[in-house]
Structures are given as C-alpha cells and as structure tokens.
Design a protein around this ligand. Structure first.
Ligand code: FES
Length: 131
C-alpha cells in the first residue's frame, strides 16, 4: 500500500476537494447496512438524494446533478447500532440520531430539521452527546 502524500497547501486541498470551499451546514448519514437495507435503507437514501438534489441543497459535482455550493452533504454509511430499529439516519453537527425512518418521512426531516433546524421528535431517538 502506497502512503498518501500529505498536502499542506490549502489551495491544492480545495482543488482536490471542492467541498472545502462550500457553505456546508449539515451532513446527513443514511445507514445502508444489511439490517437497515432490509427495511428500506436504500430507499431512504434515494429519497434524501432526490429531494436534496431537486432543492439544490445536495453538495456535489455538477456532472452528477448536484450543487458544488450545496449546504448539505449526503453520505451512505454502515451500521451505527440501530440495526433492529432502522433505517438509521444521523444529522451532524446536531448529533441527532433518527430511527425507524421510512422514505415517506424524508421530506419532513428535510423541511423541518435541515430547513428550519427543528429535529423531527417522533423519529429522533437520541442526541449526541447522550448524557
Ligand atoms: S445496519 Fe443500520 S444501524 Fe445497523
């Protein structure tokens, strides 16, 4: 395995990862691990992708239909421990961990949480740090 070159120049880093220059407000992780996928994880991810892309909120390359200056980063992830209560969705930096999310819940999470900053209480099971 080759060791990655450590880059110190900010301009070079931004060229390689344009999201560094974007006004990112939140990152949404959708679990597409085995258990969540069995109850709709892929469909939940697809619905976030559809709505965020339509609204121009999903950060990413123009060639993929996304907005390089979009405020939301959408990421698939593996298991986060909600395997029996998926689909799991996490919103950062808020630290909100949602469970039992279905595709039909996604528009509400986008509008209320990502849009207005108010987590959807009926699905929000935990907020980090969980004290
Ligand atoms: S598979 Fe999604 S939380 Fe475990």
């Amino acid at each position: 395995m080759a060791k990655a070159k450590f880059i110190t120049d900010r301009g070079e880093l931004e060229k390689l990862a344009p999201m560094l220059k974007a006004p990112i407000k939140r990152q949404v992780f959708v679990c597409t691990g085995k258990s969540c996928s069995a109850v709709g994880g892929q469909e939940v991810f697809a619905e976030f992708d559809r709505i965020l892309t339509e609204k121009g909120l999903r950060n990413g390359k123009v060639t993929k239909g996304r907005n390089p200056m979009g405020e939301i980063v959408l990421t698939e992830c593996g298991s986060i421990g909600f395997c029996s209560i998926g689909t799991a969705v996490m919103v950062y930096p808020d630290g909100t961990m949602y469970g039992q999310v279905q595709p039909e819940d996604v528009a509400e999470i986008v509008d209320e949480h990502l849009g207005k900053g108010t987590p959807v209480k009926r699905l929000a099971l935990m907020t980090l740090p969980n004290e």
